[in-house]
Design a protein around this ligand. Structure first.
Ligand code: SF4
Length: 310
């Protein structure tokens, strides 16, 4: 598969079937914290960077081989910014005709001022734009946008206009880097922008994985919690390393575990492998479900199996 990857376990989305729309690091931004590295093509130009027909053919192939799809969601992402791909709308709509699985789009939000981009995204179920700053100076420092993409008030307005009409869920992600976009003035401006956009969820992140620039440093958990408390609406902290005990939480995983155990008894390693979750998460799910009386455990030839209760 050239464009499809996974499914991978995502703490926010469950088991996610990834679709990468771009062949290289092509982006409207060159974020200092980017995990993919430095942007090789900094642009706002939408184009068919990879053939839409080839991406659709891979999706069809996957669905034909396994109509049940071993994933909770389809997630459209990219090695850069997926809304730069001009076939985005066609790809989302095609997935929706082939499966009832939710379609999620991860985006930096920079092209939301474009009505065509907003229209194409309307077909998705969950759209997750990022907004790391509502102050132009910090925005330029953390996201290093292309010259064609520097109008931050227009970007915020574009996200708001999209959400005003969008029937699905909008989850806004804010990534904070120490000393770059975390001042009181930054948080006050972000809070105002969040109120204007009115997202379904707000998720706060920091620099966890190796960043493009070594000066991009994470905040501590205490700093994140303090900042989360400054927003007028609930803010989730989605940093994996600081809350390992909550790692791999997924709103879809419990149903997925129950669906598996309904069909046949499974061991903990079976569940870890099938759902791509780590042993401690699987242990937590199983213990919780057993305590709630939804499943029962039994020993068989030295192995412990779990099954749903009839
Ligand atoms: S928007 Fe995303 S892909 Fe683009 S540079 Fe920033 S983190 Fe990397």
């Amino acid at each position: 598969m050239k464009y499809l990857f996974g499914p991978v376990n995502s703490r926010r989305l469950g088991l996610s079937q990834g679709i990468d729309l771009l062949p290289a690091k092509i982006c409207t931004y060159d974020c200092i914290y980017c995990e993919v590295g430095i942007t090789t093509l900094l642009t706002c130009e939408r184009s068919e960077y990879t053939p839409t027909t080839e991406i659709i053919a891979e999706i069809d192939d996957l669905i034909e081989k396994d109509p049940t799809i071993n994933a909770d969601v389809f997630t459209i992402t990219a090695s850069g910014e997926p809304t730069l791909h001009s076939g985005l709308g066609q790809i989302i709509r095609h997935i929706k005709t082939r499966t009832s699985k939710p379609v999620v789009v991860l985006t930096n939000g920079s092209l939301f001022p474009d009505p065509e981009v907003r229209q194409e995204l309307m077909a998705a179920d969950i759209v997750m734009p990022s907004l790391d700053s509502a102050l132009t100076a910090s925005f330029n420092s953390i996201n290093r946008p292309a010259a064609c993409c520097k109008n931050l008030p227009e970007i915020i307005k574009g996200i708001r206009l999209f959400n005003d009409e969008f029937k699905g869920e909008l989850w806004l992600e804010i990534l904070l880097a120490a000393g770059i976009n975390d001042t009181n003035a930054d948080i006050t401006a972000l809070n105002k922008a969040v109120q204007e956009i009115n997202p379904d969820r707000v998720q706060l992140n920091t620099v966890i994985r190796p960043p493009a620039e070594s000066f991009a440093q994470p905040l501590t958990l205490e700093q994140m919690e303090h900042i989360a408390g400054q927003f007028e609406r609930p803010v989730e902290i989605i940093v994996d390393f600081v809350k390992k005990d909550q790692g791999n939480f997924s709103p879809f995983a419990e149903d997925k575990v129950l669906a598996m155990l309904k069909r046949r008894p499974c061991t903990k390693p079976d569940i870890c492998e099938a759902l791509n979750i780590n042993p401690s998460s699987a242990h937590k799910f199983l213990t919780d479900l057993e305590r709630k009386g939804r499943i029962k455990g039994m020993n068989h030839y030295g192995k412990r199996y779990y099954q749903t209760k009839n």
